[in-house]
Design a protein around this ligand. Structure first.
Ligand SMILES: [Zn+2]
Length: 454
Protein backbone atom coordinates (compact mmCIF):
# COMPACT_ATOMS: atom_id res chain seq x y z
CA UNK A 1 0.00 0.00 0.00
CA UNK A 2 1.25 3.46 -0.80
CA UNK A 3 -0.99 5.12 1.74
CA UNK A 4 -0.35 4.48 5.37
CA UNK A 5 -2.50 5.78 8.16
CA UNK A 6 -1.96 5.50 11.87
CA UNK A 7 -4.73 5.24 14.48
CA UNK A 8 -7.04 8.24 14.82
CA UNK A 9 -6.41 8.47 18.54
CA UNK A 10 -2.75 9.34 18.07
CA UNK A 11 -1.36 12.90 18.32
CA UNK A 12 -2.00 15.45 15.57
CA UNK A 13 1.26 14.94 13.69
CA UNK A 14 1.53 11.17 13.96
CA UNK A 15 -2.24 10.67 13.52
CA UNK A 16 -2.36 12.42 10.13
CA UNK A 17 -2.36 10.42 6.91
CA UNK A 18 1.04 10.49 5.29
CA UNK A 19 1.93 12.35 2.16
CA UNK A 20 2.40 10.10 -0.86
CA UNK A 21 5.24 10.31 -3.37
CA UNK A 22 3.64 9.81 -6.78
CA UNK A 23 3.99 11.66 -10.08
CA UNK A 24 0.96 13.72 -11.04
CA UNK A 25 -0.14 12.86 -14.61
CA UNK A 26 -1.43 16.40 -15.15
CA UNK A 27 1.39 18.62 -13.89
CA UNK A 28 4.31 16.34 -13.02
CA UNK A 29 4.43 17.33 -9.33
CA UNK A 30 5.53 14.50 -7.05
CA UNK A 31 3.79 14.90 -3.70
CA UNK A 32 0.15 13.98 -3.20
CA UNK A 33 -2.38 13.58 -0.40
CA UNK A 34 -4.48 10.48 0.26
CA UNK A 35 -7.87 11.18 -1.34
CA UNK A 36 -9.98 8.04 -1.58
CA UNK A 37 -9.12 4.50 -0.56
CA UNK A 38 -11.63 2.27 -2.34
CA UNK A 39 -9.95 -0.96 -1.28
CA UNK A 40 -9.73 -3.55 -4.03
CA UNK A 41 -12.46 -3.72 -6.66
CA UNK A 42 -12.95 -5.48 -9.99
CA UNK A 43 -13.11 -3.52 -13.26
CA UNK A 44 -16.34 -1.52 -13.28
CA UNK A 45 -17.00 -0.89 -16.96
CA UNK A 46 -14.62 -2.82 -19.22
CA UNK A 47 -14.76 -6.28 -17.67
CA UNK A 48 -17.96 -7.58 -19.37
CA UNK A 49 -18.22 -10.86 -17.43
CA UNK A 50 -20.37 -13.40 -19.33
CA UNK A 51 -21.66 -15.38 -16.35
CA UNK A 52 -22.42 -14.78 -12.67
CA UNK A 53 -19.56 -17.06 -11.75
CA UNK A 54 -17.14 -15.21 -13.99
CA UNK A 55 -18.31 -11.90 -12.52
CA UNK A 56 -17.73 -13.08 -8.95
CA UNK A 57 -14.30 -14.44 -9.84
CA UNK A 58 -13.05 -11.18 -11.36
CA UNK A 59 -9.64 -10.01 -10.26
CA UNK A 60 -9.69 -7.29 -7.59
CA UNK A 61 -7.60 -4.22 -8.33
CA UNK A 62 -6.38 -1.53 -5.91
CA UNK A 63 -8.12 1.86 -5.75
CA UNK A 64 -5.63 4.16 -4.06
CA UNK A 65 -6.68 7.57 -5.23
CA UNK A 66 -4.46 10.47 -4.25
CA UNK A 67 -4.66 14.19 -4.97
CA UNK A 68 -1.79 16.24 -6.34
CA UNK A 69 -0.93 18.97 -3.87
CA UNK A 70 0.17 21.29 -6.64
CA UNK A 71 -2.70 21.23 -9.14
CA UNK A 72 -5.46 19.23 -7.43
CA UNK A 73 -5.56 16.40 -9.98
CA UNK A 74 -6.91 13.11 -8.60
CA UNK A 75 -5.33 9.85 -9.72
CA UNK A 76 -4.96 6.22 -8.70
CA UNK A 77 -1.38 5.88 -7.48
CA UNK A 78 -1.65 2.08 -7.76
CA UNK A 79 -2.98 2.06 -11.35
CA UNK A 80 -1.47 -0.31 -13.89
CA UNK A 81 -2.51 0.35 -17.50
CA UNK A 82 -1.85 -3.31 -18.37
CA UNK A 83 -4.68 -4.37 -16.04
CA UNK A 84 -7.27 -2.63 -18.26
CA UNK A 85 -8.25 -4.71 -21.32
CA UNK A 86 -8.81 -1.88 -23.82
CA UNK A 87 -7.80 -4.07 -26.72
CA UNK A 88 -10.46 -6.70 -26.10
CA UNK A 89 -13.23 -4.45 -24.79
CA UNK A 90 -13.58 -1.14 -26.61
CA UNK A 91 -14.62 1.82 -24.49
CA UNK A 92 -17.38 3.30 -26.64
CA UNK A 93 -18.89 6.55 -25.48
CA UNK A 94 -22.60 7.02 -25.31
CA UNK A 95 -23.16 10.03 -27.53
CA UNK A 96 -26.93 10.05 -27.98
CA UNK A 97 -28.51 11.58 -24.83
CA UNK A 98 -30.48 14.74 -25.59
CA UNK A 99 -28.56 17.15 -23.35
CA UNK A 100 -25.30 15.53 -24.39
CA UNK A 101 -26.15 15.91 -28.10
CA UNK A 102 -26.93 19.56 -27.53
CA UNK A 103 -23.53 20.09 -25.92
CA UNK A 104 -21.78 18.31 -28.79
CA UNK A 105 -23.66 20.43 -31.34
CA UNK A 106 -22.55 23.62 -29.63
CA UNK A 107 -18.92 22.45 -29.56
CA UNK A 108 -19.04 21.51 -33.23
CA UNK A 109 -20.42 24.94 -34.17
CA UNK A 110 -17.61 26.52 -32.15
CA UNK A 111 -15.03 24.42 -34.02
CA UNK A 112 -16.45 25.21 -37.44
CA UNK A 113 -16.40 28.92 -36.62
CA UNK A 114 -12.63 28.64 -36.03
CA UNK A 115 -11.81 26.49 -39.07
CA UNK A 116 -11.03 27.34 -42.70
CA UNK A 117 -13.34 26.32 -45.57
CA UNK A 118 -11.41 23.12 -46.31
CA UNK A 119 -9.91 22.11 -42.98
CA UNK A 120 -7.54 19.25 -42.22
CA UNK A 121 -8.84 17.72 -39.01
CA UNK A 122 -7.30 14.99 -36.85
CA UNK A 123 -9.24 13.32 -34.05
CA UNK A 124 -7.27 11.36 -31.47
CA UNK A 125 -9.44 8.59 -30.00
CA UNK A 126 -12.37 8.84 -32.44
CA UNK A 127 -14.37 5.97 -30.82
CA UNK A 128 -17.51 5.40 -32.91
CA UNK A 129 -16.42 8.28 -35.21
CA UNK A 130 -19.82 9.98 -34.89
CA UNK A 131 -18.32 13.32 -33.83
CA UNK A 132 -15.82 13.37 -36.69
CA UNK A 133 -18.47 12.26 -39.19
CA UNK A 134 -20.79 15.08 -38.13
CA UNK A 135 -17.95 17.57 -38.58
CA UNK A 136 -17.24 16.18 -42.04
CA UNK A 137 -20.91 16.45 -43.00
CA UNK A 138 -20.99 20.05 -41.86
CA UNK A 139 -17.89 20.99 -43.86
CA UNK A 140 -17.50 18.37 -46.59
CA UNK A 141 -14.57 20.09 -48.35
CA UNK A 142 -12.16 19.14 -45.57
CA UNK A 143 -9.94 16.18 -44.87
CA UNK A 144 -10.76 14.21 -41.70
CA UNK A 145 -8.48 11.61 -40.11
CA UNK A 146 -9.24 9.67 -36.95
CA UNK A 147 -6.75 7.71 -34.84
CA UNK A 148 -7.91 5.07 -32.37
CA UNK A 149 -6.40 1.58 -32.00
CA UNK A 150 -9.73 0.35 -30.64
CA UNK A 151 -12.05 2.60 -32.66
CA UNK A 152 -14.85 1.62 -35.03
CA UNK A 153 -13.97 0.32 -38.46
CA UNK A 154 -14.36 2.75 -41.33
CA UNK A 155 -17.77 2.55 -43.04
CA UNK A 156 -18.01 1.52 -46.70
CA UNK A 157 -17.28 4.45 -49.00
CA UNK A 158 -16.02 6.56 -46.08
CA UNK A 159 -15.48 9.58 -48.33
CA UNK A 160 -13.45 12.34 -46.72
CA UNK A 161 -13.08 10.43 -43.44
CA UNK A 162 -10.11 8.17 -42.91
CA UNK A 163 -10.23 6.06 -39.77
CA UNK A 164 -6.87 4.64 -38.69
CA UNK A 165 -6.91 1.96 -36.05
CA UNK A 166 -3.56 2.95 -34.60
CA UNK A 167 -2.12 5.28 -31.96
CA UNK A 168 -1.50 8.86 -32.98
CA UNK A 169 2.22 9.58 -33.06
CA UNK A 170 2.89 13.30 -33.37
CA UNK A 171 6.46 12.80 -34.58
CA UNK A 172 5.25 10.71 -37.55
CA UNK A 173 1.71 11.86 -38.30
CA UNK A 174 1.83 15.65 -38.00
CA UNK A 175 4.01 16.25 -41.02
CA UNK A 176 1.95 14.47 -43.70
CA UNK A 177 -1.42 15.57 -42.25
CA UNK A 178 -0.58 19.18 -41.29
CA UNK A 179 -3.85 19.55 -39.39
CA UNK A 180 -5.69 22.84 -38.85
CA UNK A 181 -7.38 21.20 -35.87
CA UNK A 182 -6.40 18.36 -33.55
CA UNK A 183 -9.25 17.31 -31.35
CA UNK A 184 -9.42 14.78 -28.58
CA UNK A 185 -12.47 14.10 -26.45
CA UNK A 186 -12.43 11.95 -23.34
CA UNK A 187 -9.03 10.45 -24.03
CA UNK A 188 -6.62 12.42 -21.82
CA UNK A 189 -8.14 10.99 -18.63
CA UNK A 190 -7.26 7.47 -19.84
CA UNK A 191 -3.62 8.17 -20.61
CA UNK A 192 -0.90 7.28 -18.12
CA UNK A 193 0.92 10.48 -19.09
CA UNK A 194 -1.41 13.07 -20.68
CA UNK A 195 1.03 15.89 -19.92
CA UNK A 196 3.77 14.06 -21.82
CA UNK A 197 1.40 13.44 -24.72
CA UNK A 198 0.48 17.12 -25.12
CA UNK A 199 4.06 18.26 -24.68
CA UNK A 200 5.15 15.86 -27.42
CA UNK A 201 2.46 17.22 -29.75
CA UNK A 202 3.59 20.78 -28.92
CA UNK A 203 7.23 20.02 -29.61
CA UNK A 204 6.61 18.03 -32.81
CA UNK A 205 4.38 20.82 -34.13
CA UNK A 206 7.00 23.46 -33.30
CA UNK A 207 9.63 21.51 -35.20
CA UNK A 208 7.42 21.70 -38.27
CA UNK A 209 6.55 25.34 -37.62
CA UNK A 210 2.89 24.33 -37.22
CA UNK A 211 0.50 25.79 -34.69
CA UNK A 212 -2.75 23.88 -35.13
CA UNK A 213 -5.87 24.67 -33.16
CA UNK A 214 -6.29 22.06 -30.42
CA UNK A 215 -9.55 21.04 -28.80
CA UNK A 216 -9.39 18.92 -25.64
CA UNK A 217 -12.34 17.74 -23.59
CA UNK A 218 -12.29 15.68 -20.38
CA UNK A 219 -14.69 14.87 -17.53
CA UNK A 220 -14.47 17.42 -14.72
CA UNK A 221 -14.63 16.37 -11.07
CA UNK A 222 -15.03 19.78 -9.44
CA UNK A 223 -18.56 18.89 -8.33
CA UNK A 224 -17.67 15.31 -7.40
CA UNK A 225 -15.14 16.71 -4.92
CA UNK A 226 -17.54 19.29 -3.52
CA UNK A 227 -20.25 16.70 -2.92
CA UNK A 228 -18.01 13.75 -1.82
CA UNK A 229 -19.12 11.67 -4.83
CA UNK A 230 -16.81 8.67 -4.29
CA UNK A 231 -18.45 6.40 -6.90
CA UNK A 232 -16.78 8.40 -9.68
CA UNK A 233 -13.49 6.78 -8.69
CA UNK A 234 -13.19 3.29 -10.13
CA UNK A 235 -10.29 1.45 -11.68
CA UNK A 236 -10.68 2.28 -15.37
CA UNK A 237 -10.92 5.97 -14.52
CA UNK A 238 -7.48 6.36 -13.08
CA UNK A 239 -6.97 10.04 -13.76
CA UNK A 240 -9.47 12.81 -12.97
CA UNK A 241 -9.21 16.43 -13.98
CA UNK A 242 -10.41 19.37 -11.96
CA UNK A 243 -10.76 22.69 -13.80
CA UNK A 244 -7.47 23.70 -12.20
CA UNK A 245 -5.51 20.54 -13.00
CA UNK A 246 -6.73 20.69 -16.62
CA UNK A 247 -5.63 24.30 -16.90
CA UNK A 248 -2.30 23.53 -15.20
CA UNK A 249 -1.57 20.65 -17.59
CA UNK A 250 -2.17 23.00 -20.52
CA UNK A 251 0.02 25.71 -19.01
CA UNK A 252 2.82 23.16 -18.48
CA UNK A 253 2.50 22.30 -22.19
CA UNK A 254 2.91 25.88 -23.37
CA UNK A 255 -0.75 26.38 -24.28
CA UNK A 256 -2.28 29.71 -25.20
CA UNK A 257 -5.87 29.05 -24.19
CA UNK A 258 -8.31 30.70 -26.59
CA UNK A 259 -11.40 29.48 -24.74
CA UNK A 260 -12.00 27.28 -21.73
CA UNK A 261 -15.48 26.26 -20.68
CA UNK A 262 -17.66 23.69 -19.03
CA UNK A 263 -20.40 21.60 -20.54
CA UNK A 264 -23.12 19.23 -19.46
CA UNK A 265 -23.90 21.04 -16.22
CA UNK A 266 -20.25 21.35 -15.24
CA UNK A 267 -19.43 17.65 -15.66
CA UNK A 268 -17.12 18.32 -18.60
CA UNK A 269 -14.30 20.82 -19.06
CA UNK A 270 -12.94 21.72 -22.49
CA UNK A 271 -10.49 24.12 -24.06
CA UNK A 272 -9.60 25.51 -27.45
CA UNK A 273 -5.91 26.32 -27.48
CA UNK A 274 -2.72 26.68 -29.43
CA UNK A 275 0.58 25.25 -28.28
CA UNK A 276 3.69 27.38 -28.27
CA UNK A 277 7.12 25.86 -27.81
CA UNK A 278 9.94 27.63 -25.98
CA UNK A 279 13.03 28.58 -27.93
CA UNK A 280 15.17 27.11 -25.17
CA UNK A 281 13.76 23.64 -25.87
CA UNK A 282 14.38 23.90 -29.60
CA UNK A 283 17.99 24.93 -28.85
CA UNK A 284 18.37 22.00 -26.50
CA UNK A 285 16.99 19.68 -29.16
CA UNK A 286 19.67 20.82 -31.61
CA UNK A 287 22.38 20.58 -28.96
CA UNK A 288 21.32 17.03 -28.03
CA UNK A 289 21.02 15.71 -31.55
CA UNK A 290 24.42 17.20 -32.32
CA UNK A 291 25.89 15.34 -29.34
CA UNK A 292 24.12 12.16 -30.42
CA UNK A 293 25.62 12.37 -33.89
CA UNK A 294 29.07 13.40 -32.69
CA UNK A 295 29.20 10.64 -30.06
CA UNK A 296 28.60 8.04 -32.76
CA UNK A 297 31.25 9.60 -35.00
CA UNK A 298 33.71 9.80 -32.07
CA UNK A 299 33.28 6.14 -31.30
CA UNK A 300 34.11 5.23 -34.89
CA UNK A 301 37.08 7.59 -35.14
CA UNK A 302 38.61 6.50 -31.83
CA UNK A 303 38.14 2.83 -32.68
CA UNK A 304 39.95 3.47 -35.94
CA UNK A 305 42.88 5.20 -34.16
CA UNK A 306 43.06 2.42 -31.61
CA UNK A 307 43.02 -0.21 -34.36
CA UNK A 308 45.92 1.56 -36.11
CA UNK A 309 47.95 1.70 -32.89
CA UNK A 310 47.45 -2.00 -32.26
CA UNK A 311 48.18 -2.85 -35.90
CA UNK A 312 51.46 -0.91 -35.60
CA UNK A 313 52.42 -3.21 -32.75
CA UNK A 314 52.08 -0.62 -29.99
CA UNK A 315 51.54 -1.91 -26.47
CA UNK A 316 48.55 0.10 -25.22
CA UNK A 317 47.76 0.33 -21.50
CA UNK A 318 44.45 1.76 -20.34
CA UNK A 319 44.61 3.70 -17.06
CA UNK A 320 41.47 2.93 -15.04
CA UNK A 321 39.27 -0.15 -15.10
CA UNK A 322 36.00 1.11 -13.65
CA UNK A 323 33.63 4.02 -14.23
CA UNK A 324 34.58 6.14 -17.27
CA UNK A 325 37.44 3.85 -18.20
CA UNK A 326 35.19 0.79 -18.12
CA UNK A 327 32.63 2.69 -20.23
CA UNK A 328 35.42 3.55 -22.72
CA UNK A 329 36.52 -0.09 -22.89
CA UNK A 330 32.90 -1.22 -23.36
CA UNK A 331 32.48 1.26 -26.21
CA UNK A 332 35.50 -0.31 -27.94
CA UNK A 333 34.96 -3.85 -26.67
CA UNK A 334 35.84 -5.29 -30.08
CA UNK A 335 39.42 -4.09 -29.61
CA UNK A 336 39.70 -4.76 -25.86
CA UNK A 337 41.46 -8.07 -26.38
CA UNK A 338 44.33 -6.18 -28.04
CA UNK A 339 44.89 -3.96 -24.97
CA UNK A 340 48.17 -4.90 -23.22
CA UNK A 341 46.88 -4.20 -19.72
CA UNK A 342 44.52 -2.19 -17.57
CA UNK A 343 46.04 -0.43 -14.55
CA UNK A 344 44.66 1.76 -11.80
CA UNK A 345 46.05 4.29 -9.29
CA UNK A 346 44.03 2.63 -6.55
CA UNK A 347 45.76 -0.48 -5.11
CA UNK A 348 42.39 -1.58 -3.71
CA UNK A 349 41.16 -2.17 -7.28
CA UNK A 350 44.10 -4.40 -8.16
CA UNK A 351 43.06 -8.01 -8.66
CA UNK A 352 39.49 -7.11 -9.63
CA UNK A 353 38.25 -7.25 -13.22
CA UNK A 354 36.84 -4.83 -15.77
CA UNK A 355 33.06 -5.33 -15.65
CA UNK A 356 31.74 -7.20 -18.64
CA UNK A 357 35.16 -7.78 -20.19
CA UNK A 358 36.99 -9.76 -17.54
CA UNK A 359 40.35 -8.02 -18.07
CA UNK A 360 42.29 -8.02 -14.80
CA UNK A 361 42.91 -4.60 -13.25
CA UNK A 362 46.50 -4.24 -11.98
CA UNK A 363 48.10 -1.67 -9.72
CA UNK A 364 49.95 1.01 -11.75
CA UNK A 365 53.40 -0.34 -10.72
CA UNK A 366 52.75 -3.27 -13.05
CA UNK A 367 53.83 -0.82 -15.80
CA UNK A 368 57.34 -0.55 -14.32
CA UNK A 369 58.00 -4.21 -15.02
CA UNK A 370 55.74 -4.44 -18.13
CA UNK A 371 56.16 -1.09 -19.86
CA UNK A 372 53.61 0.09 -22.40
CA UNK A 373 54.25 2.33 -25.42
CA UNK A 374 50.98 4.20 -25.11
CA UNK A 375 49.14 5.11 -21.91
CA UNK A 376 45.49 5.76 -22.73
CA UNK A 377 43.60 7.70 -20.04
CA UNK A 378 39.83 7.72 -20.69
CA UNK A 379 39.19 9.99 -17.64
CA UNK A 380 40.70 13.12 -19.30
CA UNK A 381 40.30 15.39 -16.28
CA UNK A 382 42.55 13.05 -14.24
CA UNK A 383 45.28 12.88 -16.90
CA UNK A 384 47.32 15.72 -15.39
CA UNK A 385 47.42 13.98 -12.00
CA UNK A 386 48.21 10.64 -13.60
CA UNK A 387 51.09 12.12 -15.62
CA UNK A 388 52.58 13.41 -12.35
CA UNK A 389 51.97 10.05 -10.68
CA UNK A 390 53.78 8.20 -13.50
CA UNK A 391 56.74 10.57 -13.20
CA UNK A 392 57.02 9.97 -9.44
CA UNK A 393 56.61 6.21 -9.86
CA UNK A 394 59.20 6.06 -12.63
CA UNK A 395 56.82 4.73 -15.27
CA UNK A 396 58.11 5.16 -18.82
CA UNK A 397 56.11 5.45 -22.05
CA UNK A 398 56.21 6.87 -25.56
CA UNK A 399 53.00 8.84 -25.38
CA UNK A 400 49.93 9.54 -23.29
CA UNK A 401 46.61 9.76 -25.13
CA UNK A 402 43.26 11.05 -23.98
CA UNK A 403 39.95 11.05 -25.84
CA UNK A 404 38.93 14.61 -26.65
CA UNK A 405 36.43 16.12 -29.10
CA UNK A 406 35.90 12.88 -30.94
CA UNK A 407 39.45 11.56 -31.20
CA UNK A 408 42.48 10.41 -29.25
CA UNK A 409 44.87 13.32 -28.72
CA UNK A 410 48.37 13.49 -27.29
CA UNK A 411 48.15 14.74 -23.72
CA UNK A 412 51.44 16.68 -23.87
CA UNK A 413 51.34 18.04 -27.44
CA UNK A 414 47.70 17.97 -28.53
CA UNK A 415 45.10 20.74 -28.32
CA UNK A 416 42.79 20.13 -25.38
CA UNK A 417 41.84 21.90 -22.14
CA UNK A 418 43.13 19.32 -19.59
CA UNK A 419 46.84 20.14 -19.40
CA UNK A 420 46.50 23.27 -17.26
CA UNK A 421 44.35 23.84 -14.20
CA UNK A 422 42.08 26.58 -15.50
CA UNK A 423 38.58 27.21 -16.77
CA UNK A 424 39.77 27.53 -20.37
CA UNK A 425 38.02 24.26 -21.18
CA UNK A 426 34.67 25.67 -20.23
CA UNK A 427 35.33 28.78 -22.26
CA UNK A 428 36.31 26.69 -25.25
CA UNK A 429 33.09 24.68 -25.01
CA UNK A 430 30.95 27.81 -24.72
CA UNK A 431 32.57 29.23 -27.84
CA UNK A 432 31.70 26.17 -29.92
CA UNK A 433 29.19 25.87 -32.71
CA UNK A 434 26.38 25.41 -30.19
CA UNK A 435 26.53 29.02 -29.04
CA UNK A 436 26.39 30.13 -32.67
CA UNK A 437 23.41 27.85 -33.20
CA UNK A 438 21.61 29.32 -30.19
CA UNK A 439 22.28 32.80 -31.58
CA UNK A 440 20.87 31.81 -34.93
CA UNK A 441 17.74 30.43 -33.27
CA UNK A 442 17.45 33.60 -31.19
CA UNK A 443 16.94 35.47 -34.43
CA UNK A 444 13.63 33.62 -34.93
CA UNK A 445 10.38 35.16 -33.55
CA UNK A 446 10.40 34.58 -29.79
CA UNK A 447 7.40 32.96 -28.09
CA UNK A 448 6.33 34.40 -24.73
CA UNK A 449 8.02 32.73 -21.75
CA UNK A 450 5.92 30.01 -20.15
CA UNK A 451 5.83 31.79 -16.79
CA UNK A 452 4.01 34.70 -18.37
CA UNK A 453 1.10 32.55 -19.43
CA UNK A 454 -1.86 31.58 -17.22
ZN1 LIG B 1 -0.57 18.00 -10.36
Amino acid sequence: MLIEQTGLGAGAASGAARAVTATCPACGYHVAAPFYDGGRQPLATLGWPATAREARAMRRLPLEFVRCLDCGHVFNAAFDYAAVPYSRKPNLMFNRGTLWSRFLDSIRREMLRRLPARPAVVEIGYGDASFLAALARARPGGRYTGFDPHGARAPEGGGRIELRRELFDASRHLEPLRPDLILSRHVMEHLANPLGFIQTVAFSAAQLDLQPLIYLEVPCIDRAIETFRAEDFYYEHNSHFTSTSFRRMLARSGADIEALGHGYDGEVVYAFLRLRERLERLCRWHESTLFHRRAGQARQAISEQLRELLAAGKRVAVWGGTGKSAAFLHAHAGLASGIACVVDSDPAKAGTFVPGLGIEIRFRDWLRRHPADVILIPAQWRARDIAGEMKRAGIRYESVLIPHAGQLVDFFRGAHPYRKRSSSGRRAAAGSGLAALAQALQARPTPAPEAARP
